[in-house]
Write a protein that binds this ligand. Structure first.
Ligand code: DP6
Length: 346
């Protein structure tokens, strides 16, 4: 018997950054992210339990990708206790990212959350569970996604989610993310994210290596306590519509801190490119002259995410096209916005 599941799951952009981990992908500080919409992974998995030849095949757009297999294999091994049928199953995974390969956009959050969803779905089929996807179900998905890639646990909830224990959100904990949309002021519910592709090269330093760098950084403890403070202030400001100044100041400080940490180790590295800095300066100039509350955030890479309220979309698009595309690789950018979370396809 072969079981099949297909899910689409979005990427997310962290506002308070997860940078530093311990044990099995447990965070050193709480983080919060917007769930995106246009940037997502669509994944189908086929599982034959009790296979004569248990194995794993990973494809991307229908083409074999053996280089992805070791990471997924070790993820599946960890999950065997939870999903005993994995022990002797033949598993085939095929996925597709909506964002172009080589856009410098990390796919681990969308891919690992899609994989967690597919595995939970297959588990339900094997065990003939036909109940609703209740709160506990989504918690389980988020926890499984976390084991695959920390930030992936935040991708499973609509609009915004918090991962890691913080007084800012009741029920928050280190094992899985929790949804936070119900607390959010209206302005943030359809916030926009224009992703400026400054470089389309693959990331030169993996997130895992970056997290590891924190273990030996003299500033690590200070950074973690900053993140704890920042998430509390941010969550307060995001519950009202007119606290955008506070929101902007925390978001940009978090982005710059992330990169400052990477530059401070014994083996430092710089992931910003000259274009990244030029865009940051343009953002500061434009915000001052136009009065439009646009701000930037950064991932562990050179691309810049411009965050702004949707009512300013027309002005922002014009500004991107006239002023910012000169700093983008082949003029490329992706217009994204907060989204409604994963979708079951089949
Ligand atoms: C800078 O989730 O990619 O994007 O848990 O090792 O898979 P692993 O790391 P990952 O780290 C994400 C780091 C970040 C910030 C964030 O998304 O919070």
């Amino acid at each position: 018997m072969t079981y099949t599941a297909s899910w689409r799951s979005p990427s997310n952009i962290a506002l308070i950054k997860y940078w530093g981990k311990h044990s099995l992908q447990l965070p050193r500080n709480p983080s919060v992210s917007f769930t995106l919409s246009a940037c997502h992974t669509t994944m189908t998995i086929m599982v034959s339990p009790n296979a004569a030849q248990p194995n794993l095949t990973v494809k991307y757009d229908g083409q074999a990708k053996p280089s992805f297999e070791p990471k997924i294999n070790s993820f599946l091994s960890i999950l065997k206790e939870r999903f005993p049928w994995l022990a002797d199953a033949a598993v085939e995974i095929d996925s597709h990212n909506s964002f172009p390969h080589g856009a410098g956009i990390a796919s681990s959050a969308s891919a690992m959350s899609a994989l967690a969803l597919c595995l939970m779905d297959i588990h339900d089929q094997i065990n003939a569970n036909i109940g609703d996807h209740d709160e506990l179900w989504w918690q389980n998905v988020s926890e499984i996604a976390r084991i695959g890639s920390g930030s992936a646990c935040r991708s499973v909830f609509p609009v915004i989610s918090i991962w890691g224990e913080t007084p800012a959100a009741k029920e928050s904990n280190d094992l899985y993310a929790i949804p936070w949309e119900h607390q959010l002021a209206t302005v943030y519910k359809d916030y926009c994210d224009a992703i400026l592709i400054v470089s389309s090269e693959e990331k030169s330093v993996s997130s895992s290596a970056g997290h590891k760098l924190m273990d030996s950084l003299p500033y690590a403890a200070t950074r973690y306590s900053e993140a704890y403070k920042n998430i509390e202030s941010l969550c307060k400001s995001m519950q009202v519509d007119n606290e955008l100044d506070q929101f902007i100041s925390i978001i940009e400080s978090e982005a710059l801190q992330l990169h400052a940490l990477m530059m401070s180790g014994k083996d430092p590295y710089i992931l910003m490119e000259p274009g990244t800095l030029s865009i940051i300066k343009e953002v500061w100039r434009f915000r001052k002259t136009s009065g439009i509350p646009v701000c930037f955030t950064l991932d562990a890479g050179p691309n810049v995410h411009l965050l702004y309220p949707s009512k300013h979309s027309t002005d922002i698009l014009e500004w991107i096209n006239t002023t910012l595309t000169q700093y983008c690789a082949e003029g490329r950018y992706i217009l994204d916005r907060v989204g409604s979370g994963p979708v079951k396809i089949a």
